[in-house]
Write a protein that binds this ligand. Structure first.
Ligand code: NAG
Length: 234
């Protein structure tokens, strides 16, 4: 059942991500962009989020990664914060390999506003998409109305725990959100109806609701949160 739903989801995504946009000197059409030493710097500065596969043509792990990147690229390009997928033959372009400290193939890096982070996450396209989507999202999402909460939970999917702070100030959870940016979703809701209180079982605010969608677990913390250090076991 779940896999069928997932297939529908993919078809839907495919339908909404068939596009082609000129972006600086690059064409974004959902395909992996092949870079070289004359345009990689330009690519890194053009795109806010660019995921680069530094590969060698003879490497088996790299070859197995290719179809996963091909499937992930159109989905990632269609995100609210698009992540562009690119690759570069780091065996051929030795100067690039030195500049980016490539010691093994493939090396995967996500550049966020030009700043690289090595990616050690899963390489199957669906989980890869979930992880890159998490990395490129704002630290804390600000939710303003009921639909905001519903959308946020839906968008987050089931790969990571989801935290929603009802009437929790952003500053109270931003440290936590930065620390666990790659492992959980964080949001604050400032404006919501009592239905959420009964749905998530809290009767006062500020309240931080933690959801672990993969196994339907829920946890609840009540404020005030000033000076509180949350412990979060991933
Ligand atoms: C790099 O790629 C661009 C775009 O495909 C191409 O025009 C250019 O000739 C390539 N440069 C080198 C050094 O291969």
């Amino acid at each position: 059942m779940r896999s069928l739903l997932f297939l529908h989801f993919l078809l839907f995504l495919h339908a909404i991500t068939s596009f082609s946009i000129a972006w600086g000197q690059f064409v974004v059409d959902g395909r992996v962009i092949e870079l070289n030493e004359s345009n990689i710097d330009e690519a890194i500065s053009t795109f806010d989020y660019i995921f680069i596969d530094f590969y060698a043509p003879w490497c088996g792990h790299c070859m197995r990664l290719n179809p996963e990147l091909d499937k992930a690229a159109p989905i990632l390009a269609g995100l609210k914060n698009p992540v562009i997928v690119a690759k570069v033959d780091a065996d051929k372009y030795k100067s690039l390999s030195n500049k980016h400290n490539i010691e093994a193939f493939p090396t995967l890096k996500l550049f966020i506003h030009g700043v690289p982070t090595k990616y050690y996450g899963p390489r199957k396209f669906d989980t890869l998409v979930q992880h890159l989507k998490k990395y490129s999202a704002p630290d804390v999402a600000i939710l303003n109305a009921d639909s905001g909460v519903a959308e946020f939970v839906e968008e987050a999917g089931i790969e990571f725990p989801v935290f929603i702070g009802f009437n929790v100030k952003e500053s109270m959870i931003s440290n936590l959100a930065i620390k666990y940016k790659k492992e959980a979703w964080f949001s604050v809701a400032e404006d919501f109806s009592e239905e959420w209180m009964s749905l998530y079982d809290f009767d006062k605010v500020p309240a931080l609701v933690g959801l672990r969608p993969s196994d339907s677990e829920k946890s609840l913390f009540y404020g005030p949160f000033e000076g509180t250090m949350f412990k979060y076991n991933s």
